[in-house]
Design a protein around this ligand. Structure first.
Ligand code: 2PG
Ligand code: MG
Length: 427
């Protein structure tokens, strides 16, 4: 046996930031190195995502238990990987896909396979004595790791806030910041200013799932106005120091006819009216990025959105679901110009790197993203830096499952890596 051979694979059920079960996996190697990782979980999920295997036992955790996924790791997956070389990440990821045998990893669970895949990368880094971000850079074939620009949730709606507002995310991008540290400081100021403004207006400051505020505005323009006022209160110039990004999460607004229902605003829009609304907001407010402005089924309207608003960043999240083939289709058809990258939408690290590569090859920008259900695992911070992803989206600057990533980025900045600034934002 060599030192980097996998000796044992183990999983347990732990709990995420919503108090829901998720899979945590550990991989240990013959030479003593080991790695641990846990799977995040989304609420506004794309239909093309890797499948989350849950127990569906209504008596336990509302059916959300993961004992079957845990058993898959402790049984079949462990047996498959034991004795294999941990440094052969791609081979192990492919072997797990083959063992599962389904397109969306529904037999063993994308949550089981992802946790093992990430734990394996950590064990590989430990065995080679590399910091994780360097190991990930090597696996991705990236020669210049870089600090990403954060896009940070300030106001939340949609499925992350009991549909208190129609639009899911109002985010700040501190475009004028010269370093990651400065970017984070500016964001913290904006977040505090937004909370103060809500309080002064007698609006709730309770937290949504990603730590954002959900003041419950019926009209998106009111929320956008509050964003701009928060920038000003924080001493930042709207559009120059700080700009707005939106995640419409349009798939979760879609009705049976494919129209978009803005329940709070009391309006139902077809694709053309949605594009017109987004165009109007973009002329009135300093918006430089819109995610899922149309739904995942609305492929025919995405090119029209891109023709109208392609001067700003248009990100596909549910649309691409971190699948290389869907991103390649987006590139071919002119659907958007950027891809959200979520490790658990894909299900393996290698597949995630393939999705990144498909975006890059097509000239699309990338945003490495967390899920609304997260754990204390800071993996995506190292991923964003290692692959020079350019941008990162973690949620708000509250609650430790988010801060674990923001704080890990502070540690990585000490390595003297360059800051991407706004250079990687597609404009
Ligand atoms: C999104 C994510 C993160 P969820 O839509 O981009 O904000 O949400 O994890 O619920 O899919
Ligand atoms: Mg999204």
């Amino acid at each position: 046996m060599s030192a980097t051979d996998i000796q044992a694979v183990f999983a347990r059920q732990v709990f995420d930031s919503r108090g829901r079960p998720t899979v945590e996996a550990e991989v240990s190697l013959a030479g003593g190195a080991s790695g641990r990782a846990s799977a995040p979980s989304g609420a506004s999920r794309g239909a093309a995502e890797a499948f989350e295997l849950r127990d569906s036992d209504p008596d336990r955790f509302e059916g959300r238990g993961v004992s079957r996924a845990v058993a898959a790791v402790n049984g079949e997956i462990g047996a498959l990987l034991t004795g294999r070389d941990a440094l052969a990440q791609r081979g192990a990821d492919q072997a797990m896909r083959d063992l599962d045998g389904t397109a969306q990893l529904s037999r063993l669970g994308g949550n089981a396979i992802l946790a093992v895949s990430i734990a394996l990368a950590r064990a590989g880094a430990a065995a080679t004595g590399q910091p994780l971000f360097r190991r990930l850079a090597d696996l991705a074939g990236v020669s210049g790791p870089a600090m990403p620009m954060p896009m940070v949730n300030i106001l939340s709606g949609g499925l992350h806030a009991g549909r208190g507002m129609d639009v899911q995310d109002f985010l700040v991008i501190p475009v004028g910041a010269n370093s990651y540290t400065q970017a984070l400081e500016w964001v913290l100021r904006v977040r505090a200013a937004a909370a103060a403004l809500c309080q002064e207006a007698g609006l709730t400051t309770l937290l949504a799932d990603e730590g954002g505020l959900s003041p419950g505005f019926a009209d998106g323009a009111e929320a956008l106005t509050l964003m701009v006022r928060a920038f000003e209160r924080a001493g930042l110039r709207p559009g120059e120091d700080a700009a707005i990004a939106l995640d419409i999460a349009a798939s979760s607004l879609t009705d049976a006819e494919g129209r978009y229902v803005f329940q709070r605003a009391g309006r139902t829009l077809d694709s053309g009216a949605m594009i017109a609304l987004l165009a109007e907001w973009t002329t009135r407010f300093p918006i430089i990025s819109i995610e899922d402005g149309l739904g995942e089924e609305d492929w025919s309207a995405w090119p029209e959105l891109t023709r109208h608003l392609g001067h700003i960043q248009l990100i596909g999240d549910d649309l691409f679901a971190t699948q290389a083939d869907r991103i390649a289709r987006g590139v071919r058809e002119g659907a958007g110009n950027a891809a959200l990258i979520k490790i658990n939408q894909n299900g393996t690290l290698s597949g995630t790197l393939d999705a990144l590569e498909a975006a890059r090859a097509g000239g699309f920008a990338t945003v490495i993203s967390a899920r609304s259900g997260e754990t204390e695992d800071p993996f995506i911070a190292d991923l964003a830096v290692g692959v020079a992803g350019g941008q990162i989206k973690i949620g708000s600057v509250r609650t430790s499952e988010r801060m674990a990533k923001y704080n890990q980025l502070l540690r990585l900045e000490e390595e003297g890596l360059p800051f991407a600034g706004s250079g990687f934002i597609r404009r």
